[in-house]
Design a protein around this ligand. Structure first.
Ligand SMILES: *[C@@H]1O[C@H](CO)[C@@H](O)[C@H](O)[C@H]1NC(C)=O
Ligand SMILES: *[C@@H]1O[C@H](CO)[C@@H](O)[C@H](O)[C@H]1NC(C)=O
Ligand SMILES: *[C@@H]1O[C@H](CO)[C@@H](O)[C@H](O)[C@H]1NC(C)=O
Length: 229
C-alpha cells in the first residue's frame, strides 16, 4: 500500500511533464492514528520568518473536534504546529505544546470545499497573520525574537506527541490537502492573493509542491488530477 502510494506520486510527476499537466492532492480518507504524510524539505527549517500555504478541504471542522493542520516536530518540541482548536479557533504554536503559549485567531471554518489557508510570521516584531482565500486577517504579535529550529520532521495528517509517534486519531486530519508551499520569508499580501487565484508566484524555497518529496503512510494516498492551465 505504501509502495503503491509512492509510485502514484511519481506517476503525477512523470505525467506533469507532458502537455496535459497533472496536479496532485493528498487524500486522508479515514480517521486513523496511523495515516500521515511526511514532507521532505528542500532546506532545513532554521528560520526567523516564514510563509506557509496550503489548500484544505475537510468536513471535520464543526463542534469540538481538534484538527492538526501542519506539524513540524523536533526531538523535544512541537516546533511549528497549526491547529483547528476544539472551540473552532485556528492557532499557531512555535516551540510549545502549551495552548496558553499559542497565538489564536477566529477565522471562517474549513469545509468540504477547498480553502486556501496561509499564515505568515516574522521574528523581528512577531507579526503573525492568517490568510483565508487570499484575505489577510488582523495581525497579532507572537514570539518576538524567536527562531524556528532545524532538525525536525514535518508531517501532515497527525500530531506527534513524541518524535514521529504517539498519534491520537481524535486530532488527525481527514479530508484533502494540496498545494503545500513554504517560504523562509514573509510574502506580501498581493502575492498571497495571486497564490490563491492560482497565478504565478515565487516557488516555495522550503517546500515547493511542484517538486516536493513525500513519504506516504497508512491509508493516506496521492491522487493525480488532470488540470487545465
Ligand atoms: C540550516 O541551513 C542554513 C543555510 O543553508 C545553514 O547555514 C545552517 O547551518 C543549517 N543549520 C542546521 C542546524 O543544519
Ligand atoms: C479557544 O481555544 C483557544 C485554545 O484553547 C484559547 O486560547 C482561546 O482563548 C479560545 N477562544 C475562544 C473564543 O474561546
Ligand atoms: C486502511 O489501511 C488498512 C491497513 O493497511 C487496510 O486494512 C484498510 O483496508 C485500509 N482502508 C482503506 C479504506 O483504504
Amino acid at each position: 500500500m505504501k509502495l503503491f502510494a509512492n509510485l502514484l506520486l511519481f506517476g503525477c510527476l512523470h505525467l506533469a511533464s507532458t502537455d496535459m499537466p497533472m496536479r496532485k492532492s493528498l487524500l486522508f480518507p479515514l480517521e486513523t492514528d496511523t495515516s500521515y504524510v511526511e514532507l521532505i524539505p528542500q532546506r532545513n527549517l532554521s528560520m526567523t520568518s516564514f510563509t506557509l500555504c496550503m489548500r484544505l478541504a475537510t468536513e471535520l471542522a464543526t463542534g469540538n473536534r481538534e484538527i492538526i493542520l501542519f506539524a513540524y516536530r523536533t526531538q523535544n518540541y512541537d516546533e511549528l504546529n497549526v491547529w483547528r482548536e476544539s472551540n473552532g479557533t485556528y492557532s499557531l504554536y512555535l516551540a510549545t505544546s502549551n495552548v496558553n503559549n499559542a497565538v489564536v485567531f477566529k477565522l471562517p471554518e474549513l469545509n468540504a470545499f477547498q480553502t486556501h489557508l496561509c499564515l505568515t510570521w516574522e521574528s523581528q516584531f512577531g507579526l503573525t497573520a492568517f490568510y483565508v482565500d487570499g484575505r489577510r486577517s488582523l495581525r497579532k504579535v507572537y514570539n518576538v525574537g524567536h527562531k524556528v529550529t532545524a532538525g525536525g520532521r514535518v508531517i501532515l495528517g497527525q500530531d506527534a506527541d513524541a518524535f514521529l509517534g504517539k498519534f491520537d486519531k481524535k486530532q488527525s486530519f481527514v479530508g484533502e490537502i494540496t498545494d503545500v508551499n513554504m517560504w523562509n520569508y514573509v510574502l506580501p499580501t498581493a502575492i498571497i492573493k495571486d497564490l490563491h487565484a492560482g497565478k504565478y508566484a515565487p516557488r516555495g524555497n522550503v517546500f515547493d509542491w511542484e517538486t516536493i518529496n513525500m513519504k506516504v503512510n497508512g491509508n493516506a494516498s496521492v491522487i493525480c488530477d488532470r488540470s487545465v492551465v
